[in-house]
Design a protein around this ligand. Structure first.
Ligand SMILES: [Zn+2]
Length: 391
């Protein structure tokens, strides 16, 4: 029996990029998109074309660049937005228009100043228009978790009728709880999807630290697309972290028996590439990619890990692509080898910078037997100017 598949929809370049400290230049977005393809994500949301010239150009460039991933462009349920998104997606091998409108009463009343009937009509028109302009259409009900469930099902019904093949149930404000969210997903599955070939998607924010937990609960309830970002970047407290969601599925395959296309050994490289581009890294204790995620400081733990890593490790650093650094420090070759290793991780430095980094590296190598790539990233993030930048 083939396992059911979870589609990984990465929105690092859209939801992630629009958050403070995360803006990227065009060439950086292309580099990131290439690495996301290497990682194996199914869909790359590359931008919100109507929002700016920069976003339009990013969607166009990423569309031209990517061979395997579907490229998604975000737009409101407004015709001008949809045409602009379609224009940006023209060169994509597989294109998806992702159109959204808010559905909660609070958003309707204060943000959109529209009635439910007006929002339904906008949705019908938007999905119908988008359908002819891209390979597929995704419809999102913004603030779904605070929306009236009958209205939510009604609007999803309209989107599906008009040809949307993915319906997204975002927890836009990071408000829901796992059991509540899985209940909502079950309701949408029963009342809207039935036996039609429509994928339920989830998009969770981390305001209560529950984005990954909620995404996992949603998958158990029938969601088959998860929207997430590298390092969990995104609006406010961020989005569900791709690496945490994927590794939870891998480590707990006994409870999460679903397949996905992610090559987990590319996780760390992708995370560090993002760190090298945006203005901050991940916290040291961040799951999966934090510098302490695989560190065992306590003596009793170290003893256990040396005897058998499974004593304290539920996954190996190697499984997420964190390799032991094999650089042998020689007086002359060390600096070049170090520069080369950093280049592999996506960092390039000037002469002065590398001198400073090399000094820090030697000091650390004196204290620590094994230097991991995580340590190299930490060295970069700990430089005084990096801290100034991150603050
Ligand atoms: Zn979002």
């Amino acid at each position: 029996m083939t396992q059911e598949k979870i589609r990984i929809f990465d929105t690092t370049l859209r939801d992630g990029e629009q958050s403070p400290g995360c803006s990227m230049h065009l060439d950086e977005k292309i580099k990131m998109a290439r690495q996301l393809e290497q990682l194996g994500v199914d869909i790359i949301e590359a931008g919100f074309p109507i929002a700016s010239e920069g976003d339009f150009n990013a969607v166009r460039a990423v569309s031209a660049e990517c061979q395997n991933a579907t490229i998604a462009a975000l737009c409101r349920t407004v015709e001008g937005d949809i045409y602009r998104a379609a224009e940006a997606l023209k060169g994509a091998k597989h294109s998806r228009i992702h159109t959204f409108v808010a559905t909660s009463d609070i958003h309707l009343e204060y943000k959109l100043k529209k009635t439910r009937a007006e929002v339904l009509a906008m949705t019908r028109n938007a999905v119908r228009t988008a359908k002819g302009l891209a390979d597929e259409v995704e419809f999102s009900a913004e603030d779904a978790t605070r929306s009236d469930v009958d209205f939510l099902c009604e609007i999803f019904g309209v989107a599906v009728e008009e040809g949307a093949t993915t319906i997204n149930v975002p927890d836009t404000v990071g408000y829901t709880l796992p059991t509540e969210y899985s209940g909502l997903i079950r309701t949408v599955k029963e009342r809207v999807v039935g036996d039609r070939d429509v994928t339920i998607s989830v998009h969770c924010h981390n305001d209560l630290g529950l984005a990954v937990a909620n995404s996992l609960a949603a998958v158990e309830a029938g969601a088959r697309q998860v929207e997430c970002t590298i390092n969990g970047i995104g609006e406010r407290a961020g989005n569900a972290s791709l690496e945490e969601f994927v590794m939870a599925c891998v480590v707990r395959a006994d409870r999460m028996p679903f397949a996905n296309n992610i090559d987990t050994t590319e996780i760390y490289r992708t995370s560090s590439l993002l760190t090298s581009i945006i203005s901050f890294g991940v916290q040291p204790n961040k799951a999966i990619v934090g510098r302490n995620a695989f560190a065992h400081e306590a003596g009793i733990h170290q003893h256990g890990v040396l005897s058998n890593p499974l004593c304290y490790e539920i996954m190996t650093p190697e499984s997420v692509g964190i390799m032991k650094n094999d650089i042998v420090l020689g007086k002359h070759s060390g600096r070049h080898a170090l520069t080369a290793r950093y280049e592999e991780l996506g960092f390039t430095f000037g002469q002065d910078e590398i001198a400073d980094i090399y000094t820090r590296f030697v000091a650390l190598a004196d204290k620590k037997k094994n230097i991991y790539e995580q340590d190299l990233i930490a060295i970069v993030n700990e430089r005084p100017q990096a801290q100034l930048y991150a603050a």
